[in-house]
Design a protein around this ligand. Structure first.
Ligand SMILES: [Zn+2]
Length: 254
């Protein structure tokens, strides 16, 4: 198969997948305007697909929201899992606290850890895509980038029965032309704990303390014992400070 045919094949596959997207036709979803998306192009694509004009992004201020609810909100997000040892520990800690987080899974880490993914879903966490092999999506040909995403979506679907709608691009690299083959929303972050680098609970906590604000999306990794420990302490700290810990999609909704 030549390259162009392959490409159309991928596009066709995605359209087939999308036709099964129960959630995407949900009117609430269609009205969502994201704050942390890569660009308007994708919004237009999503909207066009469902016969609706894309809404202009409107910045929601903290004071707008304070009329609706009192608590500032923050999302804990975990990349690179599932990890056979540390993810279950984290899930246990979050469950005890009644907290929902967001997990961006690597496709190649899913095999053998299916039960962990099931538990994530059962516990009400948001499950997203972090590519199959942790590739930098703007450094590989477009058809391979699409495959990285689609393969991971399929792995997740096989376990949860739902295709993920959100994607955390490794290294934050999100090439615009991917919008042609994948209708997913990239989720970035504003607080980078550098937990993978320091592997130090205090350092991770201090970064969060200094940088967290209403609407923050905190980046961590459920691949280290120090990250699990820090995440649970941060969860307690933020709860004590009056934050509501929510899944990342909640912070993208206007
Ligand atoms: Zn990663």
């Amino acid at each position: 198969m030549d390259k162009q045919k392959k490409y159309f094949c991928v596009v066709a596959m995605v359209l087939i997948l999308l036709s099964g997207y129960g959630k995407i036709s949900d009117s609430a979803f269609r009205m969502r305007v994201t704050r942390m998306i890569a660009g308007e192009g994708m919004l237009r694509l999503v909207a066009a697909q469902y016969g609706q004009k894309a809404a202009e992004p409107v910045a929601e201020t903290a004071s707008d929201r304070s009329e609706k609810e009192e608590h500032p909100r923050v999302a804990l997000t975990f990349d690179d899992g599932p990890h056979a040892t540390y993810t279950p520990l984290l899930l246990d800690g979050l469950r005890k606290r009644g907290i929902h987080a967001t997990f961006f899974l690597m496709g190649k880490n899913i095999r053998g850890n299916e039960e962990i993914v099931t538990q994530m879903q059962r516990d009400g966490h948001l499950i997203g895509n972090h590519t199959y092999d942790h590739v930098q999506l703007d450094k590989i040909p477009g058809d391979q980038a699409c495959q990285q995403i689609i393969k991971t979506n399929n792995e997740i679907y096989e376990i949860t029965g739902e295709y993920p709608m959100y994607l955390r691009p490794p290294y934050g690299a999100w090439p615009k032309d991917l919008e042609l083959c994948v209708t997913m929303l990239p989720v970035f972050w504003d607080v980078d704990t550098l937990d993978w680098k320091s592997k130090n609970v205090r350092s991770v906590e201090n970064i969060v303390k200094r940088q967290v604000k209403d609407g923050s999306i905190i980046l961590m990794h459920d691949s280290f014992s120090t990250s699990v420990e820090a995440a649970l302490e941060i969860a307690d700290m933020l709860t004590e400070e009056g934050y509501d810990l929510v899944t990342a999609d909640q912070l993208l909704v206007m």
